[in-house]
Design a protein around this ligand. Structure first.
Ligand code: GLU
Length: 464
């Protein structure tokens, strides 16, 4: 079963619990359009042909939204599956976007930065010609193999093509802050994983149902993939919540240390040495996928789709899997793990931090103003006068509280607050859906159910 079939099966399972108008599910399930382009770029004295894609899954709300992936494995069914996940993810988290996804079939390591820039600019031109990049219709973002740098190139190229568009900076998200990006977007997906886990542990009943107790302090965590998402999730969970990152899996193998790894140092070591092998104070094994089977409390797959499949699902040794990547668990593995009583916090929800903060960036670009600029000073003045009043009436306010209350919210504080709220409310909706519907026994089905419910409502209202 390929990635797209896996996603289709998962969504069909949820659809079987939801009464829907005849034929509507099929209309929602299919990807509305996929554009494939083969374009040539003159590099190193020759013309190189690259294949790029942009899939639009559902335009029930525009713009459609989703990342651009650079990987040798990019193909049509993959971008279709990822675009579908974007529609469901946005619907579940109440982000007003339809779903899209794109990519170029290339290995970014094969090209110099100035070559990648030319490829990216050319791809942007191809997308722009067809309305597949536009602040009002289709807004790309980073994904695997792309980041702030590529988004800056795309935004700049779009700006050159549409100089009079006042909203041109909103044509992509995930830009560097200096180019109209927003504070906190870079680490947003990892931050969302942290907030999702923190919130899960605030429900003792849910925690107990999966044979666990307490909070994140001391929990053993395995992370697969130390890219942007996996690194930030592991960093925040270890440095801010006291969790132990006991295993880290990467392409060349995995590292294990039962008393926890220093995530910053591991990342720095790998960047310098090009491998995890030899990292001091930890055991290295050269079979990366076996790292997933090492005993832990929480497993975070944060790389690519399909890594947990029928081959290894029965061998995993964890109580919770939180899908920081898109589609890391196949349909078959999902069944096996549910039967084994493993809690799966699904991708639709768990990795929605990225698109959530992209939404904040997009609205910030349209509003042409940094978040918090208008109200910060007023909030500070209100808090100061309240504290002055309290002290005037004989109440001593501790310095700690005074400082907190009179600090005012910066953009990063507002972004974190909005992300936390999004993660909490989406979890509550999934939880309520699961607890109030006896046929729905897992969070993934609840997540798809809610997403389908919302999309079908849009379709029926619009009369599509
Ligand atoms: N590529 C990310 C995802 O899969 C982010 C998409 C976005 O910000 O639009 O969710």
């Amino acid at each position: 079963m390929n990635f797209l079939q896996n996603v289709d099966n998962m969504v069909a399972k949820a659809a079987s619990h939801l009464p829907m108008a005849d034929g509507l599910f099929e209309k929602i399930r299919v990807c509305n359009s996929v554009y494939k382009v083969c374009f040539g770029v003159r590099l190193r004295g020759a013309i190189h042909t690259f294949t790029g894609y942009r899939a639009v899954h559902s335009e029930h709300i525009e713009p459609v939204k989703g990342g651009i992936r650079y990987s040798p494995d990019v193909n049509m069914q993959e971008v279709e599956a990822l675009a579908a996940l974007m529609s469901y993810k946005c619907a579940l988290t109440e982000i007003p976007f339809g779903g899209s996804k794109g990519g170029i079939c290339l290995n970014p390591k094969d090209w110099e930065p100035y070559e990648l820039e030319r490829i990216t600019r050319r791809f942007t031109y191809e997308l722009s010609k067809r309305g597949l990049i536009s602040p009002s219709m289709n807004v790309p973002a980073p994904d695997m193999g792309t980041g702030e740098r590529e988004m800056a190139w795309m935004a700049d190229e779009y700006g050159r093509l549409h100089p009079s568009d006042i909203n041109k900076r909103a044509c992509v998200t995930g830009k560097p802050v200096i180019c109209g990006g927003i504070a906190g977007r870079l680490e947003a997906t990892g931050r969302g994983v942290q907030y999702a886990l923190r919130y899960f542990f605030r429900y003792p009943d849910d925690v107990r149902a999966y044979g666990m107790s307490g909070d994140l302090q001391g929990k053993r965590i395995s992370v697969q993939g130390l890219g942007n998402v996996g690194y930030h999730a592991a960093l925040f969970l270890s440095e801010e919540d006291g969790a132990l990152i006991t295993t880290v899996c990467e392409r060349e193998g995995y590292l294990h240390a039962s008393d926890g790894l220093d995530v910053r140092k591991v990342k720095q070591y790998r960047e310098e040495q090009g491998t995890l092998d030899g990292f001091p104070g930890a055991k290295f094994h050269d079979k990366p996928l076996l790292g997933l089977e090492i005993e832990c409390d929480i497993l975070i797959p944060a790389a690519i789709e399909g890594v947990i499949n029928r081959e290894n699902a029965a061998k995993l040794n964890c109580q919770i899997i939180i899908e920081a990547a898109n589609g890391p668990i196949t349909y078959a593995a999902d069944k096996t793990l549910q039967n084994r009583g493993v809690c799966i916090i699904p991708d639709l929800y768990a990795n929605a931090g990225g698109v959530t903060v992209s939404y904040f960036e997009w609205t910030r670009n349209l509003g042409q103003m940094k978040l918090g600029r208008l109200q910060k000073r007023q909030d500070v003045q209100k808090a100061e006068s309240l504290i002055d009043q309290l002290e005037h009436n004989g109440l001593k306010v501790l310095d700690e509280y005074r400082n907190l209350a009179t600090r005012g919210a910066d953009e990063i504080d507002l972004v974190r607050s909005g992300l936390d709220e999004t993660m909490r409310s989406a979890y509550d909706r999934m939880r309520d859906c699961k607890n109030s519907n006896p046929d729905i026994t897992d969070l993934r089905t609840a997540a798809y159910y809610l997403a389908l419910q919302s999309i079908s409502e849009s379709y029926l209202t619009l009369g599509l």
